[in-house]
Design a binder for this molecule. Structure first.
Ligand code: GLC
Length: 479
């Protein structure tokens, strides 16, 4: 019989997303479905889900969900796309709000969501072989499945997988809402208890039969105090069920040969279009179009773990030394937004700070970029370095998490053959970032080498092909 998997997560591209989690939940299911797996995905029906998709949805069920003393309406809608079925949990009180998370009652909202996911199964007549939950917002689905539903024979056979996309966000709450909001009893207390509070991610690690994270290096890193944000004790205890599987990117969507927003298409062998993309972006941003000057870019959430402190320290020196232009796209912490806006004011001929999240614009920038900086302090996987490579932008990354697993350092052997697919450094220092960025720029300025290297990085395989097989092997092991 065909295996069936239910993905549970808080954001899914293209319906509603804020970052990498949405990318993965929007592309891994398609890759699994292409290999013959019955994959379904469930997410909340936020206001952000557009009319275009709502118009295609079909109502599957409607029932009352109980969360402690609360009784809440639950509607389930569905939609088919590329052999994957997507379910949407409808409740306007919880999800008809601006934005996805960051609300005062997120704990309750996702407790409701996880309850609704388990309650919907008999209503839609589907009990998956595996429930695969992602990040803290979905953690309770794994906890509830084991603690509250496993006595019910319809649920008893469902295997439980939990994936950590970022260990920094764990879902921590005070104990006094254990029963009242999370509808857990004193007997469940030990399962979610960690460091004197409720920790939903810890609960899922405890209750899952397999825990994965999004690169092998990160799987190793989170066993240490430095990277685990406090969870290393529990991860070490369960080390035998923890593994790392590197993410891929959606090769149909991120394709400079077909991407509809680019000024001109290009491919590894026919790269001329990249120059046209650079010129077009410069024209839009009112930057000088000089082919001897590279464009360096940063496309990122402006959060501290993205390494922005060392960027701030190194960037003036880099611009002075290389003569490059800098384009920044992203929003986030005020201090970084202000830093980049001030840098643009200081160097209006060289710097553009675009303080926004815009996927179409991001791809036009990738296409226009020569050197892509990603010096993260920590990075579970990172997708931007892969997208940058596919768009022919040379990555400069710090050797951490998925950055270390996907970008290997450039070097030349005695015969002049090139190895690696980017510029990397180990220490979290402005000096190393400066030095590697200047080195990448020097390679770019050498026309012959640039040609060979850009072609090489564009052909590295960052598709889901290999990793989808690893998930299938994991599912098979559990079944
Ligand atoms: C999170 C991580 C990022 C990863 C993404 C998808 O956003 O911070 O490194 O690529 O999840 O797994």
């Amino acid at each position: 019989m065909k295996k069936s998997i239910l993905f549970v997560g808080a954001e899914v591209m293209p319906f509603a997303a804020t970052g990498g989690l949405g990318d993965v939940l929007g592309s891994l299911p398609t890759a699994l479905a292409a290999k013959g797996v019955d994959v379904r995905v469930v997410m909340p029906l936020y206001s952000a889900v557009g009319e275009k998709y709502r118009a295609e949805m079909k109502k599957e069920a409607e029932f009352t969900a109980y969360l402690a003393w609360r009784q809440q309406y639950c509607g389930v809608y569905s939609l088919q796309k590329d052999k994957v079925t997507y379910y949407f949990i409808d409740n306007e009180y919880y999800f008809a709000r601006e934005g996805l998370y960051g609300q005062f009652d997120d704990g309750e909202r996702y407790a409701y969501f996880c309850t609704a996911v388990l309650e919907m199964l008999p209503h839609i007549g589907f009990f998956p072989d595996i429930l695969h939950a992602h990040d803290w917002q979905a953690a309770l689905s794994v906890v509830y499945l084991r603690q509250k539903y496993s006595q019910d024979e319809r649920y008893a056979g469902i295997r439980r997988v939990f994936t950590i996309h970022n260990i920094e966000y764990q879902g921590k709450y005070d104990f006094y809402i254990l029963g009242d909001v999370f509808a857990l009893s004193e007997a469940d207390r030990g399962v979610v208890e960690y460091d004197g509070c409720i920790n939903l991610m810890k609960g899922a690690i405890e209750c899952a039969e397999a825990v994965t994270t999004v690169s092998q290096r990160y799987a190793d890193e989170i066993m240490s105090p430095e990277y685990s944000h406090g969870l290393y004790h529990i991860l070490r205890r369960y080390a035998d069920k923890v593994s790392g599987i590197l993410n891929g990117i959606d090769y149909a969507y991120y394709n400079p040969w077909t991407d509809p927003v680019l000024a001109k298409h290009y491919s590894p062998k026919r790269r001329g279009g990249k120059d046209a993309c650079r010129s077009a972006l410069r024209a839009d941003l009112n930057l000088e179009d000089d082919n001897k000057v590279p464009v360096i870019s940063l496309i990122t959430r402006l959060a501290s773990h993205k390494g922005l402190d060392i960027v701030a320290e190194a960037i003036r020196g880099i611009l002075d030394e290389t003569g490059a232009q800098l384009v920044v796209l992203g929003k986030g912490e005020a201090k970084y937004e202000e830093f980049f806006k001030a840098l643009e004011a200081e160097r209006p001929d060289k710097v553009r700070a675009l303080i926004t999240y815009d996927r179409d614009l991001s791809r036009r920038i990738y296409a226009a970029t020569d050197i892509f900086m990603m010096p993260s302090k920590s990075e579970p996987c990172g997708l931007s370095q892969m997208i940058a490579s596919r768009y022919g932008a040379i990555p400069v990354v710090r050797e951490t998490g998925g950055l270390a697993d996907s970008i290997l350092p450039y070097w030349e052997d005695k015969e002049g053959a090139m190895h690696g697919n980017g510029f990397t450094f180990a220490g979290y220092t402005a000096g190393e970032l400066y030095e590697r960025t200047v080195a990448a720029t020097a390679l770019w300025k050498n026309g012959e080498k640039r040609k060979a290297f850009v072609e090489k990085i564009m052909t590295v395989d960052f598709s889901w092909a290999a990793s989808a097989d690893k998930y299938i092997a994991l599912y098979n092991d559990l079944l």
